[in-house]
Structure formats: C-alpha cells, structure tokens
Design a protein around this ligand. Structure first.
Ligand code: ZN
Length: 517
C-alpha cells in the first residue's frame, strides 16, 4: 500500500542522568538512515523519545532530592536538546510520562493482549536489577551480580501480572530465522535464536504500585499495579502513532509502512527482538521489519554509561569540535560488530585527516583553481565527458563517482554505516590523486604558453573536479548535512560564477592531555 513509507526509531533512554555518546551513536545512525531514505524519495518518519516511567528515574530523583516529574522533565530536556548539536532531522519525540498519546496506547495494547488470553496474575519471586529494570535467573548472573551493572540484584516477591511469552516461541523462531523479522547483524540474530531455543518463560509485566513509588501507568482495571516499565516503553513505537485512538498515523506509519526499523543497543536486544514482537503478535498487530543492533562505545578504554561516570558528553563534544566531527567519528570508526573506543584524540585526528585535509582541501583547491584559471566560471563540458578527457588518470575518479551512489545504497540497505562511508571516501581520494596527477597548474602554464590543446584539457579537468565535488555534496548529505551543504554552496554557480572559496571544514585543535569533556 505505502511501501515507500519508512518508520525509523531509536530506543527511548531512561532519563536518570544526562545523555552520553553511546546514545548519540544510535541517534546519528537513525538520522543517516532517515536522511538517506528521504533523499531517495521515501516518505520517512524518524522518531525518538524518553522513557520516563522507570523506577530508576524515581530513585535518581529521590537521591537528588527533586520531585520525580520535575526531575524527569529536566533530564528529558537534555535528551530533546540533542537535536541541534547532532543535527538530527527528527520528526517526533515521545515522552512517556507527559504525552497523552502514550498512556492511551499502552492501555490499548494491554487490553488487546488480555483479550487474547495472554495475561494472568500470579505470585512471583525473583532477582531484580533496578538498573536493567528486569528479573534475572541465577544462571544469567555473573558471580551473583548483574552482567550489565555489576551489582547484586534485589530479591523481590510479589503478585504480578504475567504475559504468556512461552506461547510465542515457535512463531518468533520462524519469524527471526526466516528473516521476516530481520535482525542485523547476523551475530545478534543468532543470539536471539539461541535465546528463543533456550526456552521462553512467561514474563512478569507489572509491579506493585507501592514498589514503583506510585510512578508509572496503572494497570487497566487493577490500580494496585503499574505496568512494567519495559512494556510501557516498548509501546512507544506505536503509541506515538496514535495506536491508542486508532489514529491515521498508525495506519500509515505502522500498518502501511514498507519498513519499520528499530535501532537498538545490544543490551536491550531481547526486549526488542523477543518481548516486543511477542506483544505485537498477541495484540494481532504487524511486527517491526528490521531490528538493527549496535554494540557499545567505551571512552578512553572505560565503559560509557549514564550511571558509570564516564559520559563523553555529545553536546560538549559537538560544541567544542563541531557537529560533523562528532558524526563523522561515530560513522567512520564504529564497527558493525564489536565495541569501539572513543578518545578525543581519535575524533580530532579523524576530522583533521579526512574532513579538513582530504575533503576540505580538495573543495578549496578546486574552487580556487576555477577562480584563478577561469575567473570563477566552471567550464561547460558536455555531460558524460569523463573527467579524464584529454588528461589520462581521470578514469579512476569518474569510476568512483559513478559507483558511489549504488555502493552507499547497498551498504545502508544493510544498515552498515561504516561501509557506507567508504565509497564516498573513495571519491575524495581519487579526486585528490587526480589533481596531483594532472597538475592543473601546469596545464594553466601550458595554456599561457600557447601549447595546443592545453586550454581544452584544463577545461575538462576543472569541470570534472567540480562535478566530483557535486557528487560528494550529494553523497555526504545524509552523513554530514552541514559540511555537505557548504560543499554544495561552494560548487553552485551564480551569475558571477562560483562563490569565493571558503573552507567547508576548518581544522580543529586537539585538547591538552587530560581535558576530556
Ligand atoms: Zn543491571
């Protein structure tokens, strides 16, 4: 029906502390996907939000001596405020404690699963990590401690609502193994299949209102219980589309969308690839089409976490080094599988080597030469004339430009962000190699000396280089919107020809040792 509609989401983080670079990674990946698909003509909705209704938030507010709603509002602001420093083209932000769409949707989802006969009450005792907001079996602990947080879980005994997750094991296995529910990369898909094969137990999906400190969404028809925060949070992907009221957005962006893509971190894989699809199966709703999993970042060799102290604040980094330097590091250096270590030195080196030297110098050289040798006017060469016309060595550049769009598309269709940046980079490399090889300044001298053919060769070289810069502006736009716009501006002729050369990316300076933001 609306196959060209794409719905892209990030997870919604707890707002118990300020946002860190690991979440910025997820936001930037989602943004690249959204921008890329929009540029190729898809209708795209890019959504993020905040998970307000967590006991973690309540405990952090208590520790800070601030009323919970005020605390949550203040921290949520910090997440919403990532948009500008990271240049995120976000369409919608849902806040689960504030947004009237959310509670209505969570209640509807609950009732749908209850109507399917999948909810029941039972007494339960288990080991609960508040950091994870989940129960662990003793076998899942590491030395008696939570594998994510390294703390001993609490023993909790109470009567809760349960969801018949066990009923969905076979269907989930089929969906994941057939790729109808696509999980990337393959390592994570196998992890999910292994988890399902290990047996799915029914899931506790409510808490006593007393233990939740009265914070959260009451269970429909049972005010002594609040909805488990994960159930509540997972619902955001549809509640923000007015699922609660059966709104038009839900029809367009969930039921009718060709792709429903969730970007998630590896630590919440089970929730997104098992619990959430099971909830949707129970409620007889379509599943996401793609779950794209990223690993973790470390900073200076230590785990980044909101609660662990090392935050690598994305806002401070963007303020200090610029939005595109941060985006570029996240896209160029973070591998598809395996954790990546962030240091400011690496960010600075990557930005200076590639964006200031490789890309910035190229565009600046090209625009400067068009001004110096052709008074700012890009020579008119028939399109289709390759950059190497009259100047051997341009074939590589021509080929890199021709190949880039398909290679970027196929990498992004596979959700491989680092691989997607490589063909764009090949254009920069080839263009710089070409300039060094054809030496336009020598062609200009030959032209002045009246060497036959030199003028036509220089025309072809300059036109080919400006075209290559145009390709770079197009192909870089999803990755580095600001830099791409500056390149496009530099390569777009007005009445008087190209604008005066201006840097598209300024060199940045590494900090003094030890002054990591
Ligand atoms: Zn934990």
């Amino acid at each position: 029906m609306t196959a060209s509609h794409t719905y892209v989401t990030t997870t919604i983080p707890y707002v118990n502390a300020r946002p860190h670079l690991g979440f910025a990674l997820e936001l930037v990946q989602a943004d690249v996907l959204a921008r890329f698909r929009r540029a190729r003509g898809d209708r795209v909705r890019f959504q993020t939000g905040t998970d307000d209704n967590s006991l973690k938030n309540v405990l952090a507010a208590e520790a800070a001596g601030v009323p919970i709603q005020e605390f949550v509002d203040r921290n949520a602001e910090a997440f919403v405020a990532l948009r500008e420093p990271l240049a995120l083209a976000v369409d919608d932000v849902i806040r689960t404690s504030r947004d009237p769409r959310h509670r209505a949707g969570v209640e509807r989802l609950w009732r749908a699963c209850a109507d399917a006969g999948d909810l029941y009450r039972k007494h339960y005792e288990g080991l609960y990590c508040v950091g994870c907001e989940q129960f662990y079996t003793p076998a899942e602990l590491t030395g008696g401690r939570c594998p994510e947080h390294g703390v001993e879980p609490q023993r909790v005994a109470e009567e809760n609502w349960f969801f018949r997750l066990s009923r969905y094991a076979d269907r989930l296995h089929d969906l994941v193994s057939s790729g109808r529910l696509r999980i990337e990369p393959a390592e994570r898909r196998n992890e999910v299949l292994g988890f399902i094969a290990g047996g799915l137990e029914d899931l506790s999906i409510s808490r006593s209102t007393a233990r939740a400190r009265g914070w959260g969404i009451p269970v429909p028809g049972d005010p002594g219980q609040v909805v488990y925060v994960w159930w509540d949070a997972l619902g955001n992907y549809v509640t923000a589309l007015d699922y609660g009221t059966g709104g038009e957005s839900y029809g367009r962006w969930w039921i009718g969308a060709g792709r429903r893509v969730h970007l998630v971190g590896k630590g919440v894989l089970r929730f997104h690839a098992v619990y959430w699809p099971a909830m949707l199966l129970s409620a007889a709703q379509p599943l996401p089409t793609d779950i794209v999993v990223h690993d973790y970042l470390t900073a200076d060799g230590r785990k980044i976490s909101k609660s662990g102290g090392v935050t690598a604040d994305p806002v401070a980094l963007a303020g200090e080094y610029g939005t595109d330097a941060v985006r570029w590091w996240l896209l160029r250096e973070v591998p598809r599988v395996g954790d990546a270590d962030f240091t400011v030195e690496r960010l600075v080196a990557r930005a200076n080597d590639e964006l200031a030297n490789g890309l910035g110098n190229l565009v600046n050289r090209v625009v400067t030469m068009v001004h110096r040798y052709r008074d700012g006017h890009v020579p008119l060469i028939e399109t289709g004339t390759d950059a190497g016309t009259g100047a051997p060595g341009g074939e590589g550049l021509e080929a890199a430009c021709r190949r880039a769009p398909d290679l970027v598309r196929s990498a992004l269709d596979d959700f491989e962000f680092r691989r997607a940046s490589a063909p764009v980079w090949a254009v920069v490399d080839e263009a710089n190699r070409y300039v060094d090889h054809v030496r336009p300044w020598e062609l200009a001298r030959a032209e002045r000396d009246g060497v036959p053919g030199a003028a036509a060769r220089l025309d072809a070289v300059l036109a080919g280089l400006v075209r290559a810069c145009g390709t770079l502006a197009d192909q870089l736009a999803p990755f580095l919107p600001g830099t791409a716009a500056r390149i496009a501006e530099q390569c777009t002729a007005g009445d008087g020809g190209l604008p005066e050369p201006r840097p598209v990316f300024q060199r940045i300076t590494a900090p003094e040792p030890g002054s990591v933001p």
